[in-house]
Ligand binder design. Structure first.
Ligand SMILES: Nc1ncnc2c1ncn2[C@@H]1O[C@H](COP(=O)(O)OP(=O)(O)OP(=O)(O)O)[C@@H](O)[C@H]1O
Ligand SMILES: [Mg+2]
Length: 342
């Protein structure tokens, strides 16, 4: 789905991540027990451009965090490759120290509750050996706190003295300390109240503009995705089933799954519209079906959908979809308003 271009800072090609879960219970005396494997990411392609927010959206368990961890270098690809623009091709794996940082859903994941926050913010600098004397470090960390809307006076406080939104601001300051160019944000606002969510998202956009940051952003919330993204990949059982610019995805969603996700967004100006959750459950990544993984839940599925993996169609330069019958599905969609799709 992705052609590499001069402005791409990350290129992911046919990425697979399989988790080895040991062996099945032995059922035969003569045959060795089968290996148990969970295929969490099943061949995804994407490219992330300098300065943009590329988002992944999808239900719990579809593999979003696994992709994020693979980009962060926590998991090695089982197959396929991940290339960073700053990686010298002659020295694969030698990632620039301050290239990438991560922000998580739970700020406690990056803030030690027993440390004053000044120490937490300075820690990545110390690890990268980028710290001057302690007075300079203190001044720099105070400035970082001011950039995220807090005060240099907060340096000596502990994480529990802050609200959830403030703690997330602190982990953003910490992530920015080493001046990374690429931030991996795994559901950074999902634990926050809606109004606080919007403030943190606005802060992230401001920092993106000011520092020329590139974001890989994960959420299961379509409203958040529409607010923050330039381009979106819709993930279902380890594959990206549709990707495109945020405008295209929201104005002309083509995949039945994307359509259902958008139809499920609550509309405050039209609360009378009844929104049905997507019926049924995703198949298990322990035994992915042979055909389209969405077929068991798809209102349009035909025999072929259950048997063979769907091909990729380019609907425009900015919009690709994996589906056997995209044009039939879209023709049907166009005859019903989005709000009535269920
Ligand atoms: N370290 C691991 N070992 C074994 N299985 C794993 C591991 N990490 C994730 N999985 C499995 O891989 C699949 C994808 O998990 P992942 O955490 O990437 O989903 P997700 O889309 O981030 O979900 P959520 O929205 O709940 O955070 C799940 O079935 C999960 O149980
Ligand atoms: Mg996750």
């Amino acid at each position: 789905m992705s052609e590499s271009s001069a402005h791409d800072i990350v290129t992911v090609r046919d990425l697979h991540i399989r988790f080895n879960l040991g062996r099945e219970k032995k059922t035969s005396l003569f045959r060795p027990a089968a290996k148990k494997e969970l295929h969490a990411v099943r061949g995804i392609n994407l490219n992330i451009r300098q300065g943009e927010t590329f988002s992944i959206v999808g239900e719990s368990g579809c593999g979003k965090s696994t992709v994020a961890r693979a980009l962060a270098g926590v998991y090695k690809p089982s197959d396929g490759e991940i290339q960073f623009a700053w990686q010298d091709s002659a020295a694969q794996g030698n990632r620039e120290q301050n290239g990438t940082q991560m922000i998580f859903q739970d700020p406690y994941a990056s803030l030690n509750p027993r440390w004053r926050i000044g120490r937490s913010i300075a820690e990545p600098l110390m690890l990268a050996k980028k710290i001057g004397n302690s007075r300079q470090a203190r001044q720099y960390c105070g400035e970082l706190l001011e950039q995220v809307g807090l005060s240099a006076r907060d340096l000596d406080k502990f994480p529990h003295e802050f609200s959830g939104g403030q703690r997330q601001r602190i982990s953003i300051a910490r992530a920015l300390a080493t001046q990374p160019s690429f931030l991996i944000c795994d559901e950074p606002t999902s634990a926050l109240d809606v109004s606080v969510q919007a403030q943190v998202l606005n802060l992230m956009r401001k920092l993106q503009r000011e520092h020329g940051l590139t974001y890989f952003f994960i959420s299961h919330n379509m409203a958040v995705i529409s607010h923050i993204s330039d381009r979106v990949g819709v993930m279902y059982l380890g594959r990206i089933v549709e990707q495109g610019s945020v405008e295209e995805i929201f104005a002309r969603p083509a995949h039945p799954y994307t359509r259902l996700l958008i139809a499920a967004i609550p509309q405050f100006d039209n609360p009378d519209v009844i929104r049905e959750p997507i019926r049924g459950e995703a198949p298990s990544p322990l035994a992915p079906p042979p055909g389209c993984a969405f077929a068991p839940r798809c209102p349009y599925a035909k025999e072929r959908c259950h048997q063979t993996m769907p091909p990729t169609h380019s609907l425009s330069d900015h919009h690709q979809i994996e589906c056997h019958f995209p044009y039939e599905v879209m023709a049907h969609h166009d005859s019903i308003p989005l709000a009535q799709v269920s």
